[in-house]
Design a protein around this ligand. Structure first.
Ligand SMILES: [Zn+2]
Length: 169
């Protein structure tokens, strides 16, 4: 029986849109500076980066992580540790200048049982907080209201960074 092929080269554009990046999204983001907007990458430093969480706990939720794919604090060098903590400071500065939080949660989760969504690549969460932000919506309906799009926030944080020379490592 003769085998016939259906030739439909125009489908490649569609198929490529279905292809998800393989592996770790943080490593993927760091390796592709040309896609910083798409990947919500705010700052890239020598050994670290800061990205906006696409699924934020609150508006302005940032992830600060080493460029290397390492899981634990134990794997970091002193230079990486210093840079990461400086970025926490700079992130708080940038958020304070833009969306004016009343407080912050800054934290690390290690292991899935501790809530780490991406246990292979450590990251520090910086979550802005406002008085009364645990409203009836989140406590009664498990629904969080985030009042600004991540794209708008990325633009706002970049503008503030440029204006104030952040990150000032
Ligand atoms: Zn990684």
């Amino acid at each position: 029986m003769e085998r016939k092929s259906l030739w439909a080269p125009w489908r490649i554009a569609y198929i490529r849109t279905l292809k998800k990046p393989e592996g770790c999204f943080l490593c993927h983001s760091f390796a592709r500076p040309e896609s910083d907007d798409e990947n919500l990458l705010l700052w890239r430093t020598k050994k670290s980066m800061v990205v906006l969480n696409r699924f934020p706990y609150n508006n302005g939720h940032l992830l600060i992580c080493p460029a290397r794919h390492i899981a634990d604090l134990d794997d970091t060098t002193d230079e990486e540790m210093l840079e990461l903590m400086k970025l926490v400071r700079e992130a708080q500065r940038a958020l304070s200048m833009t969306i004016e939080p009343h407080g912050f949660n800054v934290g690390l989760n290690f292991g899935r049982c501790a809530g780490a969504g991406l246990p292979g690549h450590m990251h520090i969460h910086v979550v802005p907080r406002w008085d009364g932000d645990t409203s009836f919506m989140s406590t009664c309906t498990d629904t969080k209201v985030v009042s600004q799009s991540v794209d708008d926030l990325l633009a706002e944080l970049r503008a503030a960074s440029t204006a104030h020379g952040l990150p000032g490592l």
